[in-house]
Ligand binder design. Structure first.
Ligand code: ADP
Ligand code: ZN
Ligand code: ZN
Length: 827
């Protein structure tokens, strides 16, 4: 037998190994193995194919694998196929895609332990082996000497020669045990547990003879009797003593009397366990919800892969729809995965799921401790839980019998992984997984991505609408403040319009709360007119131009075309044409200066890197410890603060003028999501948006809460310029410390791509090379290409072919080349 192994290396091929006899029973598809690689290395890889012949050219030397690391396949065939598809679509190796499907904390089986299973008295086994198998004997002797040690250490002690074969033979003879021990700290957690030592009748009898003063002892026994479960299963001691209002001494006393026994049992670390959830009951669906539910349940019953786009305004009850569909899925013995943009930002959503489904649900994400992650992952794999909630990586949860995948806020950019490869989009992966598992996908959003809505209009996805808010509270009015007027008519140079300043002061007086949005991404300086709001854009790409102070030129960061800046506004001839974006730090200072008495909390990447920081800031804000919460789009998501009656967007133009073809979509989403944060209670609420572009359709449509209007304007623009959804985009980023080498490499790559395009791919549009909008990050210069083509296969093929013969600087590792299919951001 031969095993074809995928390694987590950026090499798009599998490697063939022979399978020694002793591994034949364990070696199955999806099992992880250890194999020799190159001269000295040993690598962990995954069996992705098994064959009877090697299927390699005759001259290729075939080595045996060293060991099988799993007793059961780590990857189901569904996940093997899914990761294979990912590697093909997103241009990574299969091994990289597989690695990405192993949660950190679960993949650290670097310390496998060996222990001896024979005792002193069984030395005759050793003697018998001595002649026949000197190598095995040597290993047994080493184990007798050193006790249980790690496989790696044992190998060091006894030498490499046929080490793994001998080990496997010893294991198959039952003379040793090899167990996987996860890296330090990641072990099953145990706790002291108590159970009755006698039958219930006997205990009841004993109760009568217990001294009336030992009430605590009686209480413990009574609890154990009342909680008597199947098989007299034990109760955790700490829970028991807490309920009886006593301590371990009471249990010890009962133990001495022979009434209870204590033991150590494994407990599951439950990341949701520390929180108290009241179980919530399903609500009676509104007519719109009922219709959506009917359609979804019909689809679930058909067991066929179908994608629904649930377009519902904020507060329309999308979450309730997800939960009620999930009940139906569970009823049919199936399971579900729910993706949320980011766990830390959606504590309220997670809590709502948890309170409905209690122990049948779990979360899987990177902020769990390795131990928690390991436990939850095992619970999912063993089928103990039915619903997994998590960020994009949860799409790889080892859920069997999948009936439903929900992607909440499907438009969010966090669903796209940029680093490390594969650069996958969880939505596309989910749709592929649904195809493999024959299950239903619900994409939910108040502001669907252009791609998804476009597919819905073409019938590829089925559109379900929730047009009204459940509580019938009107959407909060959005006031758009024309900042051009502030300057021209009021000579107000502050970042606050008069209106926003007054509104904030009023809320502070009333003891209500305010959220103010900044846009952190204000790194690029666009060129705009302070009098009429005109913004300079590239004639060819329509994205905004970036002003460069050194060359005094405006640059298009897609096609690298350069333009001299105008001396006066080409629209209104005003000389007030300006180059500066707003620095966020300055904004923060101005807020504190303008409202010195207010308590201001800040939430951005600087203040939230610590684990749990988001949650504590949000909780403190909810508890009223702060008056104003200042933050970036991080706080735009599903939060619900009843006391917030004003939300202000300081400068909507920063989103609008990002040098990215999705800037209009970003601005619309931002304002719409922000508006959803206000007026969540009977106090009502206002939204104030400051802009120099009050006439822009993104801003006007957001003001009117009119997604359709936004979509129609935006889609027309995308169509005219052949941007997605009318094409697939791909970006190629080159980065390196030596800028001239980066440029040189980019030019070489460009030549290769142009040649290929001419001969084989005439439909592909290549823009660039151009400096990326973020032109230098961590000392590395960045240049990029943006490619477009209606047919994604052509894009993938062109990139694969041109990267195969990479320019020399790439080979030497001086310049990284990163290909990204369907990038969500081209910064
Ligand atoms: P969305 O996810 O679309 O923003 P939610 O599911 O959060 O909307 O619903 C908004 C509010 O309405 C929540 O407080 C929710 O409990 C409530 N709600 C949802 N559906 C119903 C219903 N059918 N009857 C009563 N209240 C509902
Ligand atoms: Zn102007
Ligand atoms: Zn351009």
């Amino acid at each position: 037998m031969y095993a074809h192994i995928a390694f987590p290396l950026p090499i798009n091929q599998t490697f063939t190994y022979s399978l020694p006899e002793e591994f034949h029973s364990k070696a199955r598809l999806g099992v992880r193995v250890l194999a020799p690689f190159g001269e000295k290395r040993e690598l962990e890889g995954v069996i992705v194919k098994l064959t009877d012949t090697p299927e390699t050219p005759a001259h290729v030397e075939i080595k045996p694998i060293l060991d099988c690391l799993d007793d059961e396949p780590f990857f189901s065939s569904e996940l093997l196929q899914l990761t294979k598809w990912i590697s093909g679509y997103y241009l990574s190796s299969h091994g990289e895609a597989l690695k990405c499907a192993i949660p950190a904390g679960v993949n650290v089986i670097s310390r496998r332990k060996v222990e001896l299973l024979i005792s002193e008295g069984q030395n005759e086994i050793l003697t018998a082996l001595q002649k026949k198998a000197p190598r095995q004997t040597q290993i047994l002797k080493a184990l007798q000497k050193y006790g249980a040690i790690s496989v790696a250490q044992l190998k060091k002690r006894v030498g490499e020669r046929s080490f793994y074969t001998a080990l496997a033979q010893l294991e198959s003879k039952g003379l040793i045990r090899i167990s996987s021990e996860l890296k330090k700290g990641i072990k099953p957690k145990t706790a002291l547990a108590v159970r009755l030592a006698k039958s219930v009748a006997e205990i009841q009898e004993a109760l009568e003879s217990i001294s009336p003063r030992a009430t605590k002892q009686s209480q413990i026994l009574k609890i154990l009797i009342s909680e008597y479960r199947v098989g007299n299963s034990p109760m955790i001691a700490s829970e028991l003593t807490k309920r009886a209002g006593t301590n371990l001494n009471t249990i010890r006393a009962l133990g001495k009397k022979g009434l209870v026994t204590c033991e150590s049992i494994e407990v599951i670390r439950d990341p949701l366990g520390s929180e108290k959830f009241d179980s919530s009951r399903p609500l009676t669906p509104t007519p719109e919800q009922a219709y959506a539910l009917k359609e979804l349940i019909t689809a679930i019953e058909q067991n066929s892969p179908q994608v629904f786009l649930l377009h519902g305004v904020t507060g329309s009850g999308k979450t309730e729809v997800y939960m009620q569909v999930m009940v139906e899925v569970l009823k049919r013995g199936k399971r579900a995965i729910v993706l949320v943009p980011e766990i830390a930002l959606t504590p309220q959503t997670v809590a709502r799921f948890a309170s409905r489904f209690l122990s049948r649900i779990t979360v899987l994400h990177s902020q769990l401790s390795p131990g928690e992650r390991y436990d939850q992952w095992r619970r999912v794999k063993s089928g103990e839980v039915d619903i997994v909630v998590g960020p994009r990586s949860a799409i790889f949860a080892p859920v069997e019998n999948l009936g439903l995948i929900v992607i909440d806020e499907e438009h969010e950019t966090t669903y796209k992984q940029d680093e490390p490869p594969p650069r996958y989009h969880a939505r596309e992966v989910a749709i592929k997984r649904a195809e493999l598992a024959n299950c239903v996908v619900i994409l939910g959003s108040a502001t669907p991505s252009l791609e998804s809505y476009y597919k819905a209009t073409r019938g590829e996805y089925r559109l379900l609408n929730l047009k009204t808010r459940v509580d019938d509270i009107a959407m909060p009015p959005v006031e758009v403040i024309d900042m051009r007027v502030e300057l021209k008519q009021k000579n107000n140079r502050s970042i606050f319009s008069e209106r926003l300043r007054d509104a904030v002061e009023e809320r502070l007086r009333l003891g209500q709360q305010v959220i103010l949005f900044l846009n952190r991404r204000g790194f690029s300086t666009y060129v705009f007119c302070r009098e009429c709001g005109h913004v300079e854009r590239c004639e060819q790409c329509a994205i905004s131009l970036t002003y460069h102070f050194d060359t005094k030129l405006m640059v298009c960061h897609h096609c690298n075309r350069k333009y001299p800046p105008p001396k006066e506004c080409p629209d209104c001839f005003s000389p007030y044409i300006r180059y500066l974006g707003l620095g966020t730090q300055k904004v923060e200072m101005e807020i504190q200066k303008a409202f010195p008495a207010a308590k201001v909390a800040r939430m951005d990447t600087d203040t939230t890197t610590r684990k749990g920081a988001h949650k504590s800031i949000l909780e403190a804000f909810k508890d009223g410890e702060f008056d104003i919460l200042v933050g970036t789009q991080m706080i735009a998501k599903g939060l619900d603060f009843p006391n917030v009656t004003l939300v202000g967007v300081i400068n909507a133009d920063i989103a609008l003028n990002l040098p990215d073809f999705r800037s209009g979509e970003r601005a619309f989403n931002l304002i719409t999501q922000v508006a959803g944060r206000s007026g969540r209670s009977i106090l009502g609420g206002d939204v104030i948006v400051q802009t120099y572009n009050p006439d822009h359709y993104s801003i006007q449509a957001a003001q009117e809460h009119d997604y359709r209007r936004f979509y129609q304007e935006e889609v027309a623009l995308r169509k005219a310029l052949l941007y997605p959804p009318f094409s697939h985009a791909a970006s190629i980023l080159l980065r390196g410390e030596d800028e001239s080498l980066v440029i040189q490499t980019a030019n070489l790559l460009n030549e290769q791509m142009e040649t290929l395009k001419e001969s084989n791919f005439p439909e592909i549009q290549i823009r660039g090379p151009a400096p990326a909008p973020l032109a230098k990050v961590r000392n590395r210069y960045r240049w990029h290409f943006l490619l477009r083509c209606a047919d994604v296969k052509q894009l993938q093929e062109l990139i694969k072919q041109s990267l195969k013969t990479a320019p020399p600087s790439v080979n030497r590792g001086n310049v990284d080349v990163l290909a990204n299919i369907d990038p969500m951001s081209v910064l």
